[in-house]
Design a protein around this ligand. Structure first.
Ligand code: HPA
Length: 282
C-alpha cells in the first residue's frame, strides 16, 4: 500500500477477517506493548500468533524492541489480543496506518484497549523504573493537525467530533489504583505528552513540558487512544518511566534507546502483576 491510500472500513474488515481465520479466540480486550515490554505476551496461554507482515494492510514496525506480532489467547481468565510492538508515526507511514490495528481490534469486537509505552520522566520526582497510570494526555501533534482523524469521517466508525475528556476511563483507572494498592505496587499517576520524535527532547522542550503539566513524554499512544475513543472503546494506559527527561542544558547525561529497553526489562514483573490483577477484575 502506498502512503496516499486512504484506509476505509473495508480495509479494517479485511484485516479482521484474516485474524479471525487464524484463531478461535474471540478477545474482548486489546493490549499494545511498548518498547521493551514484549515478554508480557509470553504470559498468554493457548496462544495463537499472527505476524503483522501476514495481515492485510498491517505495517511492520522497524524499531528495535517491536516484534510486530499479535498474540491472541488467555491471560488472567480473559481472552486478550496483544500487540507485541507498534508502528510509530515517525517511522514514516501515515497516522491512519499507525492506528489501523486499533480499528481492526474494534472490528473484532474488542471494547477495551490497554496501552503501554516507555516514556521519559518529565516530572522530576518520577524515576526510571517507575510505573505511571496515565490520567490524561497532551497530544501536541494532534492539537496542531497531526491527528489520525483528519480526513473524511466514516460515521459508521465514530463521530466527526469525538469527546476526549474521558480518554482514560475513570472506572478502569480506579480499578488499576485499587489493584496496585492491594499488590503493594507504587503506581504513579500523571499526564502523558505525546511527541513526534524520533529525536529526544532538548532541555528547553523538557522545561516547556513541565510548564504545561506533563509528567511523562513519549512518541506513541496518543494517536491510538484518539482512534480508540472515536470507536467508543474504553482505554486504560500505563507508562513505564524508562529515563529521566533532561531539563538541565549543562547535564552530561544523554537519553538513548538502549536505556529505554533496559528499563522495560526491569518494569516487566511489576507490569505483569498489575495487568493480571486488573484483567482478573475486569
Ligand atoms: N522522550 C521521548 N520519548 C521517550 C523517552 C523520552 O525521554 N523515553 C522513552 N520514550
Amino acid at each position: 500500500m502506498d502512503e496516499n491510500t486512504i484506509l476505509t472500513r473495508s480495509h479494517y474488515q479485511a484485516a479482521a477477517a484474516y485474524i479471525q481465520g487464524r484463531t478461535t479466540h474471540r478477545p474482548q480486550i486489546g493490549l499494545i506493548l511498548g518498547s521493551g515490554l514484549n515478554p508480557l505476551a509470553d504470559e498468554v496461554t493457548d496462544a495463537d500468533r499472527v505476524l503483522f507482515a501476514d495481515i492485510p494492510h498491517f505495517v511492520q514496525p522497524t524499531v528495535e524492541g517491536h516484534i510486530g506480532q499479535l498474540v491472541i489467547g488467555r491471560l488472567a481468565g480473559k481472552e486478550v489480543l496483544i500487540m507485541q510492538g507498534r508502528v510509530h508515526p515517525y517511522e514514516g507511514g501515515t497516522l491512519q496506518q499507525a492506528t489501523l490495528p486499533v480499528r481492526v481490534m474494534h472490528e473484532l469486537g474488542i471494547g477495551t484497549l490497554i496501552v503501554t509505552n516507555a516514556a521519559g520522566g518529565v516530572n522530576p520526582a518520577y524515576r526510571p523504573g517507575d510505573l505511571m497510570l496515565i490520567t490524561d494526555h497532551i497530544g501536541l501533534m494532534a492539537m496542531v493537525g497531526g491527528n489520525p482523524l483528519w480526513g473524511p469521517n466514516d460515521p459508521s466508525l465514530g463521530p466527526r467530533f469525538p469527546a476526549m475528556n474521558h480518554a482514560y476511563d475513570p472506572a478502569l483507572r480506579r480499578l488499576a489504583l485499587t489493584v496496585a494498592t492491594r499488590l503493594g505496587i507504587a503506581l504513579r499517576q500523571g499526564v502523558y505528552a505525546g511527541l513526534g520524535g524520533p529525536s529526544f527532547e532538548t532541555p528547553a522542550e523538557v522545561r516547556f513540558l513541565r510548564l504545561i503539566g506533563a509528567d511523562a513524554c513519549g512518541m506513541s499512544t496518543v494517536p491510538e487512544v484518539i482512534v480508540a475513543r472515536h470507536s467508543g472503546m474504553r482505554v486504560l494506559g500505563f507508562s513505564g518511566i524508562s529515563n529521566a527527561a533532561i531539563a538541565d542544558p549543562d547535564s552530561s547525561a544523554e537519553a538513548d534507546h538502549e536505556e529505554v529497553l533496559e528499563a522495560g526489562r526491569i518494569l516487566i514483573p511489576t507490569l505483569i502483576a498489575l495487568l493480571r490483577g486488573v484483567l482478573a477484575e475486569m
